[in-house]
Design a protein around this ligand. Structure first.
Ligand SMILES: Nc1ncnc2c1ncn2[C@@H]1O[C@H](COP(=O)(O)OP(=O)(O)OP(=O)(O)O)[C@@H](O)[C@H]1O
Length: 267
């Protein structure tokens, strides 16, 4: 019988994008979800693999936290966010008895689960698989890069905030990508400028432009700024589709441009 590690469920996935950040809380999961929804708007089928094993937040953002995964011959059937099955999600949350259970695992156990996620999720035909990772460069990232070695990865999207740019964490992510041979698609500056919920004007409460500067210095592409938008965080908190709710917003346009940059692929 075929072992799990021999399954080739990713052969029907056209593009793989890995979302990374040096620091926690800069908006990796937010960018992952909104990028997936923007690509869906552009007619793509998208899968999201959440390998943030200790802090999975994507099921809540997509209002899927009460769902379970099922088994089929090819492996785990991911959870779908819509009836048309255009957004599929796999997360450790779906395997826990209680969504609030803490995952306290050492490296080898995390590595084994990530390798299983890579081989044993029956994604079917996908245009994009977007992988949301924990902050930093740890066991999860190494297991992911090793597990994906036989596939062609489009590259990594590095998420930062204007404040996090100066800390050197993003530089460490760039070094990680270069050492492991992971192509860098570019840097996204999230929470860049504040969108007033009343007049929708965007003002720069924190510094802006650090991401672009860093991209220039490090010789990687700058993929744009996403504003800090209270309407976006409310939508995510309540598991509502921000893109459907606020199609006229500057934040929506920013994600649309990001999706177009991802679709253009590596430079
Ligand atoms: N552009 C934005 N506008 C408003 N709120 C945002 C924005 N980006 C992220 N947030 C909010 O910031 C918080 C952290 O975002 P998120 O969970 O995406 O970060 P993360 O980098 O994935 O965190 P972790 O390191 O814990 O995985 C969330 O409450 C999210 O709703």
């Amino acid at each position: 019988m075929e072992g799990d590690e021999d399954k080739d469920n990713l052969s029907s996935v056209k593009h793989i994008v890995v979302v990374l950040s040096g620091k926690g809380g800069v908006g990796k999961s937010t960018v992952t979800v909104q990028l997936a929804l923007s690509l869906r708007q552009a007619g793509k089928r998208v899968g999201i693999l959440d390998i943030d094993l200790c802090g999975p937040s994507i099921p809540r953002m997509l209002n899927l936290q009460s769902k379970d995964v099922h088994q089929c011959d090819a492996g785990w059937v991911p959870v779908y966010a819509d009836r048309e099955r255009t957004i599929a999600l796999m997360s450790i949350s779906f395997l826990l008895e209680n969504v609030n259970d803490a995952v306290v695992w050492r490296g080898p156990k995390k590595t084994a689960l990530i390798k299983q996620f890579i081989s044993s999720v029956a994604w079917g035909e996908l245009d994009y698989l977007i992988v949301d990772t924990p902050p930093g460069t740890s066991d999860e990232h190494l297991a992911l890069v090793e597990g994906l070695q036989r596939y062609s990865i489009d590259g990594a999207l590095l998420v930062t905030t204007p404040q996090a740019v100066s800390t050197g964490d993003v530089r460490r992510e760039i070094t990680f990508c270069r050492k492991t041979g992971l192509h860098i698609l570019g840097i996204v500056e999230n929470m860049s400028g504040f969108v007033c919920p009343h007049c929708e004007e965007c003002s720069n409460v924190f510094s802006k432009g650090g991401g672009e500067e860093l991209a220039k210095v490090c010789g990687v592409r700058f993929l744009g700024c996403i504003p800090l938008d209270p309407q976006l965080s409310h939508s995510l908190e309540e598991g509502r589709d921000f893109i459907e709710e606020f199609p006229q917003s500057a934040t929506f346009t920013a994600f649309k441009h990001l999706a177009q940059a991802v679709e253009r692929g590596p430079p």
